[in-house]
Design a protein around this ligand. Structure first.
Ligand code: ATP
Length: 215
């Protein structure tokens, strides 16, 4: 099983491509995309958890290997939960089968800031998607997850790191939110997600329509 957690505010083409690339590298295994609840001390997503989940569902439609998973949003009544907690939950669910957690290279570079990150290696593999401009991860992080190929990841439950060879697309949700605010649309979203955003008036498109707010 493959898990891909994120804010997904909104989910964009790079997220979808990353999920598909990891799935392909691991024999078309299913990827669960988990929008997360965000702790109050961090920048809050602009869209609600329900809206972010709805967009993830739209983006996954048509890809049988992609699953929109509301576990992190449901967990503890929507209160933020540590990734460690998520990994333990899915580990309990699947027994000794391989569990893979997908991260962009920027997240991997800061893995040692995550709560009890050293415990991840006993629970999951990592699949790292290159991201232009991402700093290399500290050696202690790299060493905690020795690099391996897809075959080894599929043969063991946890503790290795698959590095995807190529970046998927150089895009960030932050830039997309800005484009939506300024222009009301972005080609870096899938058509279904664009339609959802328009239907629900998300990401302050009122600014684009000429309202006075936030100009
Ligand atoms: P923001 O700009 O709001 O920080 P984001 O586009 O980085 O958003 P997140 O939802 O925060 O998206 O990311 C979820 C996961 O997807 C993270 O592990 C992140 O590193 C990864 N990711 C996001 N965009 C890319 C990309 N273009 N290439 C590779 N990985 C990505």
């Amino acid at each position: 099983m493959i898990l891909f957690g994120g804010t997904f505010d909104p989910i964009h083409r790079a997220h979808v491509r990353a999920a598909l690339a990891v799935s392909r590298a691991l024999g078309d295994a299913p990827v669960h995309l988990l929008p997360n609840a965000v702790p109050p001390h961090r920048a809050q997503p602009q869209a609600s958890g329900a809206q972010r989940l709805a967009m993830v569902r739209q983006a996954c439609a048509g890809y049988p290997q992609l699953v929109a998973d509301d576990w992190e949003l449901r967990e503890r009544g929507g209160a933020p939960s540590f990734t460690l907690n998520t990994l333990k939950h899915f580990r309990r669910l699947i027994g000794r089968r391989p569990l893979v957690f997908v991260v962009g290279a920027d997240s991997f570079a800061h893995l040692d800031r995550w709560h009890r990150w050293r415990e991840y290696a006993a629970l999951c593999h990592l699949a790292v998607v290159p991201r232009p401009g991402a700093a290399p991860a500290p050696l202690r992080v790299q060493r905690a997850f020795p690099r391996a190929g897809g075959r080894l990841l599929r043969a063991r439950p946890a503790g290795r790191r698959l590095m995807l060879a190529r970046p998927v697309l150089d895009v960030a949700a932050t830039d997309i939110r800005e484009t939506l605010r300024a222009h009301g649309d972005s080609p870096l979203l899938t058509p279904a997600v664009r339609a959802h955003i328009h239907r629900h008036g998300l990401y302050n498109q009122s600014a684009h329509r000429g309202d006075t707010a936030d100009n």
